[in-house]
Design a binder for this molecule. Structure first.
Ligand code: ARG
Length: 568
């Protein structure tokens, strides 16, 4: 497609002595349509040119050689030069591009650069809760978007499958295993065992010692302990997999914490040699440069390693294995301190500057039910699988009311229910805490997943009514120059740039917002313009535009992890 920004920069560069690239960076996209599609703020040049912005604007405008097939109008307003793109060209550019492939907006911009995304990461034998959902959904969206832009993405599920608690689990299972049905309901039953053994450990030092012994044996590869641990892990993974199947989540690597059990010695060795590992009351720590920040504990007083030690080993491993440009950790803001400590300590591992700079904690806020908090500590956990199934059930009820004769009702309910939950997780700035309210997330008229799906389905039915997608050769782009069409086309023109912005900020909500804006712009277009009309030239153009909107909604939703039903 024509790069309008670049063209405008070229036009301006021909009137003044100034670096073209620099000029291009200054060009803005005004929020309001009455200020043009692009605006050049002349105050940026005022210092260098030693003139008032308004005077610069007038002068540039005077000397501009305008290609009218690209820019149809230029205005000076205050110190700004506002540019209006040629509407027909805009329509032609966007729709012709759409015609070229099913993958509108896809690019090779990432140039195969390596991105590691650590996301989801639930803990074995513990519930997959709604906090893990956010990580799974945000990480999954980022992973898909980076891939679409040509990056080489490694999505890692850094499972919590290691630590002294497994010594306890093994002991508990040894003592009471046959009382629990861990085959049928693994996580619930294992959690019960864990709570019971934990309580016993508090009373009985002897039991606690046996638990410690189990963990040691596990580390040494003892057969009985390893087999049990593997069984806990397999059973838990089976349960997690049901959730991943519902969400369509995939990972390139399943290396969890246990994977690093034999890789921590080297880390400790490197840190020892760097002189940064300090003894402190029996533990070994790394102090932070800012003494107000707590030190990172690398070895506990009982000699065992920590969550952080494993993360240090993972940084080293990922550096060597993936030579990453960015390594993102999609984890709740509750772990902000951990990642701050980790990234500072990583400096002493002797890894290249590129990798140190690429480490980023992509934090997100908490999820709260409208009726109250849900947290692991208070035992008020909402299991994600239950939540998703509830969403599907509720979506099913709504669909039954609205469209009782719909085919494939179950499949549609699944897409709408899951889509509603996923979209809700991505709808706002990730750092914001989120309130989970059933009525809101399933509102077909609200700023929701179902609203986007509903708009998509509408585009499908319009195209169907018209007898299919018209041939691009039969499109008269001049038909699409009214303000409603233009709004839609402008948004579609910005699709790829929107995806790029997502990767710059690691903020999928930029895409969610965009899809809402596009759906709304389409609704206005649809309400203001009759699509199915006698004049076939008008009809073809409007139907094609409708089809194109559907495509962008579908591609965008898919990148967020939301499937589109064909009818609903
Ligand atoms: N398992 C951890 C939890 O549930 C999250 C792990 C995040 N990833 C990491 N490399 N620390 O809190």
């Amino acid at each position: 497609m024509i790069d309008f920004k670049q063209k405008i920069a070229e036009m301006i560069a021909n009137t003044i002595e100034f670096d073209k690239q620099e000029l291009e960076k200054y060009i803005e996209k005004p929020k309001s349509n009455t200020n043009g599609d692009y605006a050049f703020p002349c105050f940026r040049l005022a210092k260098t040119l030693k003139k008032a912005p308004q005077a610069i604007a007038e002068e540039i405008k005077e000397n501009l050689k305008i290609d009218e097939t690209i820019i149809e109008k230029v205005e000076v307003v205050g110190g700004f030069i506002n540019f209006y793109v040629n509407k027909e060209t805009l329509a032609k550019e966007v729709l012709t591009e759409m015609d070229k492939s099913e993958e509108y907006g896809k690019s090779t911009l990432g140039n195969g650069k390596n991105i590691v995304i650590d996301f989801s990461a639930p803990n074995i034998a513990k519930p997959f809760h709604i906090g893990h959902l956010r990580s799974t959904v945000i990480g999954g969206a980022l992973s898909a978007i980076y891939k679409y832009l040509g990056y080489n993405v490694t999505g890692v599920n850094h499972l919590g499958d290691y630590g002294t608690q497994f010594g306890k689990m093994i002991e508990g299972y040894k003592m009471w295993g046959d009382e629990y049905d861990i085959e049928n309901d693994p996580i619930n039953e294992l959690t019960k065992i864990y709570i019971r053994i934990n309580n016993l450990c508090k009373e009985d030092e002897e039991v606690l010692n046996r638990c410690r012994e189990n963990f040691k044996k596990l580390e040494e590869g003892d057969e009985y302990c390893t087999n049990l641990w593997n069984r806990f892990k397999d059973l838990s993974l089976k349960e997690f997999q049901r959730v991943y199947d519902l969400l369509g989540t995939k990972f390139e690597s399943w290396n969890g914490e246990a994977f690093y059990s034999d890789k921590m010695d080297e880390v400790i060795d490197i840190l020892e040699k760097s002189g940064k590992l300090k003894d402190s009351q029996g533990t070994k720590i790394i102090e932070m440069k800012d003494e107000n920040v707590a030190p990172l504990i690398v070895i506990k007083s009982n000699g065992s390693t920590t969550y952080a030690t494993r993360d240090l080993a993972a940084v080293l491993y990922r550096t060597r294995t993936y030579d990453f440009d960015k390594a993102l950790y999609v984890v709740s803001y509750e772990q902000a301190l951990h990642f701050r400590q980790l990234f500072e300590a990583a400096q002493y591992l002797g890894i290249p500057e590129k990798q140190l700079k690429g480490l980023e904690h992509v934090q997100f806020g908490m999820v709260q039910l409208k009726t109250g908090k849900m947290s692991t500590r208070e035992g008020n956990v909402v299991k994600l699988e239950d939540l998703l199934n509830e969403a599907i059930k509720r979506a099913g009820i709504i669909i039954e009311e609205k469209n009782p004769n719909l085919e494939d009702k179950e499949d549609v309910a699944k897409k709408v229910g899951v889509g509603a939950v996923v979209f809700n997780d991505l709808a706002n700035n990730r750092i914001k805490d989120e309130i989970f309210d059933w009525d809101e997330i399933l509102n077909f008229q609200g700023e929701t997943g179902p609203y986007i799906q509903y708009t998509y389905v509408r585009t499908k039915s319009v195209v169907e009514k018209a007898g299919g997608v018209p041939d691009i050769k039969d499109i008269n782009f001049d038909v699409l120059t009214d303000s409603y069409s233009k709004n839609v086309l402008k948004l579609m023109y910005n699709f790829e740039e929107t995806l790029i912005q997502v990767t710059e900020k690691n903020e999928p909500s930029i895409l969610s917002r965009y899809l809402i804006d596009l759906a709304k712009a389409f609704s206005s277009f649809y309400n203001e313009n009759k699509i199915i009309v006698d004049d076939s030239s008008v009809q073809n153009a409007r139907v094609y535009l409708t089809y194109a909107v559907g495509q962008v909604l579908k591609i965008g939703a898919k990148l967020l992890g939301i499937e589109m039903p064909n009818k609903m």
